[in-house]
Write a protein that binds this ligand. Structure first.
Ligand SMILES: *Cc1c(COP(=O)(O)O)cnc(C)c1O
Ligand SMILES: [Zn+2]
Length: 412
């Protein structure tokens, strides 16, 4: 039994049945899943969650399925790493890394959203799933869809990192590269979704897909001992993850699972594609669309579907935004790796770099608790750092060569 009442327009509040629809036919607002919180309050306790599976499905009562979950039994419930060395480096007292670079099975937080989306797609009777992707979603839909035995059509821009293409192809979906950027791919997919009866995870079943991101926030709160941090720095592409972390925190608060939420939520974007961060920083009413040019390809969405909601969530939380240049992204990746032993992709480099800036600017106070959202794995974006890493030392297989080349050059 699930607790979904239906879908509800985020703008005019008109309600709809929980089907594969995503736009309000009256005002063109986007639809969101609506739950029966009174019924959930009666059954959901900290203890019930703690005794659940070690996956995102421990929060099943707050996820939009009716029956039992069918996809993603190992996704989510990733480590919240206490980051003491990075804390010292950045000059804050209490710092954590929420590490979705090790999410099962494709090493990004997209495994969460796809677990929920495909469980719902199966429930709605679809045999074919599809997506428009900046890379990680392509990996996740391909892998989860293979496990679930679904037909898959994956659409990506033509210029993605090699590991993201390979890490999709290996699961044998129909992979289509489109001569255009993500926003072009997404526009094409909206047309395809209107014509073919497929479950496009980030189009016609987006309301369900997006709910999966709440579990990132749920886990942070649970793993901190049922509280939320003073600050959370989150990367944004469409803005959905950021919006849903906030929704997740507020749901826990509403259900009495945690006390009042006092977290300042901060939006991190790369310099070559920062429409949401710019709007927050300039206090502008409009989000100005951009043509992305950044090494953080997973964040390269110039026309963010949830941009306004992300801006509103940041403002409601009392947070702000930060922007990282390509150079700072590379530094951020290396800083996290050398202090905490975590290798993140370019999106994580953005988040670390922005956290560093916000601390330096005093927007995050040194005596407060901070969580940095690490959403993807560095092995997928090796191109970004290849030229900035020193090489290995090569020696002959003799002790003499080792002592000459290694001990002398490292001045032991
Ligand atoms: C997709 C993605 C994001 C941002 O997701 P949105 O919900 O669209 O804002 C962040 N990090 C990584 C690694 C991603 O793949
Ligand atoms: Zn509406």
């Amino acid at each position: 039994m699930g607790y979904v009442k239906g879908l509800k327009c985020r703008e005019c509040a008109k309600t709809y049945p929980a089907e594969a629809i995503y736009v309000c036919e009256f005002c063109f607002g986007s639809l969101e899943v609506d739950y029966d919180y009174e019924a959930i309050r009666k059954v959901l306790t900290r203890k019930k969650i703690e005794s659940g599976p070690s996956s995102l499905w421990r929060y099943r009562d707050l996820l939009p399925i009716n029956g039992e979950p069918t996809v993603g039994f190992y996704s989510g419930f990733t480590p919240l790493v206490k980051a003491n060395r990075l804390a010292e480096e950045l000059g804050v007292r209490e710092l954590y890394i929420k590490d979705d670079s090790v999410c099962h099975p494709t090493l990004s937080f997209k495994d969460r959203v796809v677990a929920v989306a495909l469980s719902k797609a199966k429930e709605l009777g679809f045999d074919t799933v599809a997506c428009a992707s900046t890379g990680n979603l392509a990996n996740a839909v391909s892998a989860h869809g293979a496990w679930a035995g679904l037909k898959r059509y994956i659409f990506i821009p033509h210029d993605l990192e090699q590991a993201k293409v390979l890490g999709t192809l290996v699961y044998a979906p129909n992979l289509i590269t489109v001569r255009g950027n993500y926003d072009d791919v997404n526009r094409l997919c909206s047309e395809i979704a209107a014509k073919y009866n497929w479950a496009f995870v980030n189009i016609n079943i987006r309301p369900y897909y997006a709910e999966g991101s709440k579990t990132f926030g749920f886990e942070v709160a649970e793993q901190l001992g049922w509280r939320t941090p003073d600050h959370l720095v989150c990367p944004a592409a469409s803005g959905s993850l950021l919006v849903k972390i906030w929704k997740g925190f507020k749901e826990f608060e509403k259900l009495g699972l945690i006390g009042p939420v006092k977290t300042a939520l901060h939006c991190a974007q790369p310099q070559g594609c920062s429409p949401i961060a710019e709007a927050i920083l300039s206090k502008s009413d409009a989000i100005r669309l951009v043509r992305p040019k950044t090494i953080a390809k997973s964040l390269a969405i110039g026309n963010p579907a949830d941009g306004y909601y992300a801006r509103d969530a940041v403002n409601a939380s009392g947070g702000t935004a930060g922007i990282a240049s390509d150079e700072e992204i590379v530094e951020g990746i290396q800083l996290l790796a050398k202090t905490e032993g975590i290798f993140t992709e370019t999106a994580g480099g953005v988040t670390v770099a922005v956290a560093k800036k916000l601390i330096e600017e005093g927007k995050i106070a040194k005596n407060q608790s901070v969580v940095i959202a690490i959403t993807g794995n560095g092995l997928k974006t090796q191109e970004a750092i290849q030229s900035s890493l020193g090489g290995a030392l090569e020696i002959d297989p003799q002790l003499k060569s080792f002592e000459e080349k290694v001990l002398i050059s490292s001045k032991l």
